[in-house]
Design a protein around this ligand. Structure first.
Ligand SMILES: O=C(O)CCC(=O)C(=O)O
Ligand SMILES: [Fe+2]
Length: 409
């Protein structure tokens, strides 16, 4: 498949599709504006910093398998450290010209790259084809579950075509032979700090806390004034048909008073859709977004449950939905114009993808409200697993899968 001048490896169907969907959910719930134009990213350190460290867990087994695969294929058994792990998405307009991945003085420690495609060309986005400058295979059409690995030096100069529609999502890792660039030790110390005393506030510990507002503003150079562009979290909610409403109205909203409005995203919120308000309170914008993304991820199974066609139908609570008053409608409109200054830009950035059309087709609040307890179970289980893993990670100063057997629900 590869020659010795261009060491590279292509693995088809390396990741199961349900895992790809899970990672997509994590990214769409937690990402910030990224390191390149029109790129969004979710780093492991950001997950830790925003009280979402439990989302690291689904990534750990893949990370381990990829490191083993790289060591085996490139002939460096037990020599590699993970230098960086991140979920990365490229939205409309993103591209990268010919480059090697170690092409900056501060990137010289990078020896190998692994890119896992979490969604597919054509079905989920257009453009975004990967090209190697020399050697075979030359062109890689991203397909969910496939992985490419290559040396980070100039034996594997590559480029990615511009994304013209949709959002192209990857899990990307770089490996280094240099232990001083091992990300594990840094992650373990921030994890230890973040989870200190977690036992005392167990019930709150899996609820996300937003990072600073400018991390979520697109384009990033507008984040000093917030006069144009949009908040990516509100943008994601908007393209899925949701608006936000302030839980408790404390004073008259002014769309021009941005600092007041931005604090509002860190406080309790309600979700609205068309002419209805869902009365379940969310802790902040991250919490609301996570629920919407979870609903989106689990849509089919939630729908099946609610419709009672499973052998043991789960009883679902009646959703607390009320009609929106005209005052509330005005307030919702104010929030929308404060956080989505450029509505068209937001729609173009995230829009036109298949799952959005699927959701439009079958939305109902009953199914949505069924997502709330399911989401709680899911994050609580991850949180428990994390707390069981952490002592082992601390002892070994390494992040790895600990065979813990069945973790109680
Ligand atoms: O996402 C890809 O296919 C490759 C991205 C890339 O070349 C990079 O991030 O350096
Ligand atoms: Fe690259």
């Amino acid at each position: 498949m590869a020659d010795s001048e261009h060491p590279r490896l292509i693995l088809h169907n390396f990741l199961p599709l349900d895992l790809c969907k899970e990672l997509e959910f994590i990214h769409k719930s937690c990402c910030t504006v990224g390191y390149r134009p029109n790129v969004l990213s979710t780093t492991l350190s950001h997950l830790i910093a925003t009280n979402s460290a439990h989302f690291i867990l689904p990534i750990i087994p893949i990370r381990e398998r990829l490191r083993e695969k790289a060591e085996e294929y490139f002939g460096c058994q037990y020599e590699l450290f993970v230098e960086f792990t991140g979920l990365i998405s490229w939205c409309r307009g993103a591209s990268i010209g010919w480059h090697s991945d170690d092409n900056r003085p501060y990137l010289k420690q990078r020896d190998f790259a692994a890119v896992c495609y979490l969604n597919s060309y054509d079905a989920d986005f257009k453009g975004g084809i990967f090209h190697f400058k020399d050697g075979e295979p030359a062109d890689i059409v991203p397909m969910a579950g496939d992985v490419i690995m290559y040396t980070a030096d100039d034996q594997n100069i590559h480029s990615v075509d511009e994304i013209t529609e949709g959002e192209r999502i990857t899990l990307t890792l770089w490996f280094s032979r240099d232990v001083s660039h091992d990300e594990d030790s840094k992650l373990i110390s921030s994890l230890s700090r973040a989870l200190l005393g977690v036992g005392d506030r167990k019930l709150l510990s899996y609820l996300p806390v937003p990072g600073s507002i400018n991390m979520y503003w697109f384009p990033p150079d507008e984040a000093s004034s917030f006069l144009s562009g949009f908040d990516i979290r509100c943008g994601r909610l908007h393209v899925l048909g949701f608006d936000i409403h302030q839980f408790q109205k404390t004073s008259h909203l002014s769309a021009s008073d941005s600092s007041y409005n931005f604090e509002l995203l860190s406080g309790p919120l309600l979700l609205a859709r068309e002419n209805e308000l869902f009365e379940t309170q969310f802790l902040n914008i991250m919490h609301a977004l996570q629920l919407v993304q979870f609903y989106h991820w689990k849509f089919s199974s939630l729908k099946t449950k609610v419709e009672g066609s499973t052998p043991t139908p789960t009883p679902t609570p009646t959703p607390n939905v009320i009609p929106i008053s005209s005052n509330q409608k005005t307030e919702i409109g104010h929030l929308r114009s404060a956080f989505l200054k450029d509505l068209q830009l937001a729609e173009g950035f995230f829009g036109n993808s298949r799952p959005i059309k699927v959701m439009d087709y079958g939305f109902d609040w009953l199914t949505f409200s069924a997502a709330v307890p399911e989401w709680e179970c899911y994050v609580f289980k991850l949180q428990k697993e994390l707390l069981l893993h952490l002592p082992h990670w601390r002892t070994n100063q390494s992040i790895f899968c600990v065979p813990l057997g069945h973790v109680e629900e």
